[in-house]
Design a binder for this molecule. Structure first.
Ligand code: SAH
Length: 393
């Protein structure tokens, strides 16, 4: 039974909220919060409707998700719990022995550290605190990471929009040491020059590392990498392709692809600043053919309401890519929209194949890399789908 004293921060939740926690989900929504005795960013005791102690959690006073569970039952949540979880997360990444100097060290809920992201770029760390609880603990977390990893610098990339929903300022700041304008990292055989302050996400799309490696098992002939950013897939695949083209709508991204192509000894990789939707249509009209196509668009479905439009967008690019594919060619097609489930994605691929009259087989169904673990019972942690398709004839 509960021994909570009124002086300790605590929050009472509804029976529905309690049920959710019992099923393993760490988030309690605003509608299920009944009573609050806590301040922004506190670690609170969570109490059920029959005054049962449910666990401890981060509390946010502005978010639609005021409660993010850290522990269940009577187990306390404190500095030493956070440190243990950080150590576990680091030990797991070490055990993977990844062929890269850039990877994710902490993937929020997937590491039982809700709303915390830590990425490693060589000697530097980039952090994101995406809720009030982790924001308040950031100085502590930084100290722990400095002790555990001795980085040369720690940067907070606290500029994502979700911070605004938490009532937190959007800012980029150096928390420890120094951060150079560009950092060179390696991913398998590819070297990148990364701008940690201004690059998308924390600099690179680390979640695709293993999919790039898998795609290398199929790539051949003429390559078209769509939504290339700084050349992620193209740089890995170009060395085994006769021709290689990378497309992105951003001039900065295209400039980086060109620099990276030279740095990596693949000068035949051509980058073009175009809108992929228009370009696929143009290539189809010209009767172009490719043996390997990659589609890695940004998240089209940012929320539930945009799912139908997102699916229409995915279908459009997938059916055009299927038509551009030579028989025996491969299409590596991705969605990083959490709101588009694997089933919806598979159904969209079915429709694209039907409408383009292209018979394709599913060679592999893949997901985000292992350094971005998916926590069972928390579907939000599974966001990236990547199918490898083959045009049969
Ligand atoms: N494939 C990349 C990551 C892609 S991120 C990797 O492996 O690292 C998505 C990219 O799509 C961004 O660089 C963005 O500039 C680009 N983009 C968004 N909309 C686009 C469009 N309509 N046409 C071309 N590029 C687009």
């Amino acid at each position: 039974m509960l021994k909570a004293q009124d002086s300790r921060p605590h929050v009472t939740i509804s029976a529905r909220g309690e049920e959710r926690v019992r099923h393993g989900h760490p988030w309690i929504y605003r509608a299920d919060v009944v009573d609050v005795h806590a301040n922004a960013g506190d670690i609170v005791e969570v109490i059920g409707p029959r005054r049962r102690a449910i666990g401890h959690a981060f509390f946010s006073d502005r978010s639609q998700i005021p409660i993010r569970m850290l522990t269940r039952g009577e187990a306390p949540a404190d500095r030493s719990l956070i440190r243990t979880r950080l150590e576990n997360a680091l030990r797991y990444r070490e055990s993977l022995a990844l062929e890269a100097t850039a990877y994710r060290l902490v993937h929020g809920e997937g590491d039982l550290l809700p709303s915390l992201v830590v990425d490693r770029y060589g000697d530097y760390l980039v952090l994101q605190a995406l809720a009030q609880g982790t924001d308040r603990m950031l100085p502590d977390i930084t100290n722990m990471l400095v002790e555990l990893l001795s980085p040369a610098g720690v940067l907070a990339r606290n500029d994502p929009k979700v911070r605004a929903l938490e009532g937190l300022e959007q800012k980029v700041e150096v928390l420890y040491g120094t951060i150079p304008d560009s950092v060179v990292v390696r991913e398998g055989p590819v070297e990148y020059d990364v701008d940690l302050r201004r690059g998308q996400k924390t600099g690179l799309f680390l979640d695709q590392r293993e999919n790039r490696e898998a795609a290398a098992g199929y790539a051949h002939g003429r390559l078209l990498d769509c939504f290339s950013y700084n050349g992620g897939f193209a740089l890995r695949l170009a060395r085994q392709c006769r021709d290689a083209e990378a497309l992105d709508i951003s001039a900065d991204a295209v400039a980086r692809i060109r620099e990276n192509a030279l740095r990596n000894g693949v000068p035949h990789l051509q980058a073009r600043e175009v809108n992929v939707f228009d370009e696929l249509r143009r290539l189809e009209k010209m009767g172009a053919r490719y043996d390997t196509i990659v589609l890695d668009p940004p998240a089209f479905a940012k929320n539930k309401a945009s799912i139908p439009n997102a699916l229409a967008g995915y279908k459009e690019i997938n059916l055009r890519a299927m038509r551009l594919l030579s028989p025996g060619g491969y299409l590596v097609t991705c969605s990083c929209s959490y709101n588009v489930s694997e089933d919806m994605f598979a159904e969209m691929i079915h429709q694209a194949s039907e409408d383009s009259h292209t018979p394709v087989t599913i060679v592999e169904k893949r997901m985000q890399g292992r350094d971005h673990p998916v926590l069972v019972g928390v579907p939000e942690t599974y966001y990236l789908k990547c199918f490898v398709l083959r045009r049969v004839e």
